[in-house]
Design a protein around this ligand. Structure first.
Ligand code: SF4
Ligand code: SF4
Length: 460
């Protein structure tokens, strides 16, 4: 925890705010959802899937992007997650020391039977991890499904709108939570890495089909559509972060996301098109930035995407294809604006890696960030050091405490999200509500095994 000041409401302001919230509610009830949609700009529905009216489509993301400044990112040396990027955490000796410490900690916790780190927790985590690693993830996919050419029939043809609808329906059926489309042009192509996380250059060429050699990956300029999708993580499970029990929901989401990629690549092939996938987790491009452009969520204080439906409780993946599809647009659901008041993730972060600044900035925190956009830049080396020194996992406390990390279908939660999107004056009250209801408090990992969770630990 940190000792940074926040500007939360005191008790008097809380109840005063309740009055504002009530008045706003009465107003909204009186004018009705449809009229309110007109008042607060165009209602959106069906863009990604059916969404409440207060999620508005906008021309530009809620936090700025300067397309003149932004450059394709070298993920091989820049990502703190990668081997090269670990130099930001410390020199070689220090990394070896941290990794030895993490291994010793893992064994010690199993031997001491620490809840959340017991043998059964480790076994479940490792099982998902091994299964994930065993999936044949690749840029080109399995290439096994018969193509229309092999079947001697013409490839699938339709309008871009029909194609987008079909692809979204198929990916949702495969297990994606939300799906959006981004058109790759001279600007959005900058969201594809220049060097992939494994050190291979990624190049665009005027060729009909993408290909891969020992020393590069090639994306045709004609492959102009990115299919961006999210996979939901279990809120109940991540409420046990930063334990191993909490972390296994990340592994499960990766496993499911990779499975979707494999199936989607084959599906597109069967239609007569090519889908180029991420050759590894977090590879090929900046998935969160593509998700913002696809309208799946907004950039937040986490410097990660927060979705209106599931908050940050998602993992994000994408494919690039030559099937023409109607693109989606960014959204404004009041999320980035709410982050200015909330700060709950920054308060909860045990390594003080997240920003407490009220306003976002254009100034990166270090070379691990890509300049050219406005956000709350994080201190990734601090975060990563905490993973190794203390958590022994990829932590995730900041995701778990976010007020948007609530199950989607609850009336109360939708009601709050509607207020966030439409009545900025009550942002502080909503944050206080979240505290008052005890949300954001991590749960006992011991209780996870008996909590009778739905499949995958998620609710639709
Ligand atoms: S994952 Fe990193 S940024 Fe998030 S709470 Fe943990 S240490 Fe902080
Ligand atoms: S916890 Fe609050 S400040 Fe952090 S991402 Fe969520 S809404 Fe934004």
């Amino acid at each position: 925890m940190t000792d940074q000041p926040t500007d939360h409401l005191d008790r008097r302001d809380f109840f005063k705010g309740l009055g504002v919230a009530s008045a706003a509610t009465l107003l909204l009830s009186a004018v009705g959802g449809t009229l309110a949609g007109d008042v607060f700009q165009t209602p959106t529905s069906g863009n990604v899937h059916n969404r409440p009216w207060w999620i508005r489509n906008v021309d530009k993301p809620s936090l700025g992007i300067d397309w003149e400044v932004i450059e394709r990112f070298n993920a091989h040396t820049g990502l703190v997650l990668g081997e090269q990027g670990m130099r930001y955490v410390g020199d070689e000796d220090e990394i070896n020391r941290l990794e030895s410490k993490a291994s010793a900690l893992e064994i010690d916790r199993i031997q001491r039977n620490v809840p959340g780190y017991r043998l059964q927790d480790q076994a479940l985590y490792s099982a998902f991890r091994m299964a994930r690693n065993a999936l044949p993830l690749s840029f080109l996919g399995l290439q096994q499904t018969p193509t229309p050419e092999q079947l001697n029939v013409p490839r699938w043809e339709g309008t871009p709108e029909d194609a987008a609808q079909m692809v979204k329906a198929a990916l949702r059926h495969m297990g994606a939570a939300t799906v959006g489309i981004v058109e790759l042009d001279e600007r959005t192509r900058k969201l594809i890495y220049s060097i992939d996380i494994d050190g291979k250059p990624i190049e665009f060429e005027d060729v009909p089909l993408g290909y891969e050699t020992d020393d590069r990956r090639v994306i045709p300029y004609g492959h102009r559509w990115a299919i961006v999708y999210t996979v939901q993580m279990s809120e109940e499970t991540l409420k046990r972060a930063s334990t191993v029990t909490g972390a296994q929901t990340t592994m499960l989401a990766y496993y499911r996301g990779i499975s979707i990629q494999l199936i989607a690549q084959e599906f597109l092939r069967g239609l007569g098109y090519q889908a180029l996938g991420q050759p590894a987790i977090n590879a090929l491009g900046i998935a969160p930035a593509l998700a913002v452009m696809a309208g799946l969520g907004e950039l937040s204080r986490l410097n990660r995407v927060v979705t209106p439906e599931y908050g940050p409780m998602v993992r994000i993946f994408f494919l690039i294809t030559n099937l023409p599809m109607a693109p989606d647009s960014p959204i404004d659901a009041g999320i980035a604006r709410f982050c200015r008041t909330c700060m709950k993730c920054a308060e909860a972060c045990p390594s003080s890696a997240l920003s407490f600044a009220k306003e976002p900035t254009w100034q990166p925190a270090g070379p691990w960030n890509n300049p050219g956009h406005e956000t709350w830049f994080e201190n990734s080396p601090r975060c990563r050091r905490y993973w190794l020194e203390s958590a022994g996992t990829n932590c995730g406390i900041c995701f778990a405490v976010c007020p948007f990390s609530k199950k989607n279908r609850s009336f109360m939660h939708d009601f709050m999200k509607m207020h966030i999107a439409t009545v900025p004056a009550v942002d502080g009250v909503v944050r206080s509500f979240d505290d008052a209801f005890g949300y954001g408090i991590q749960k006992d990992p011991e209780t996870w095994w008996t909590s009778d969770l739905p499949p995958y630990g998620i609710e639709p």
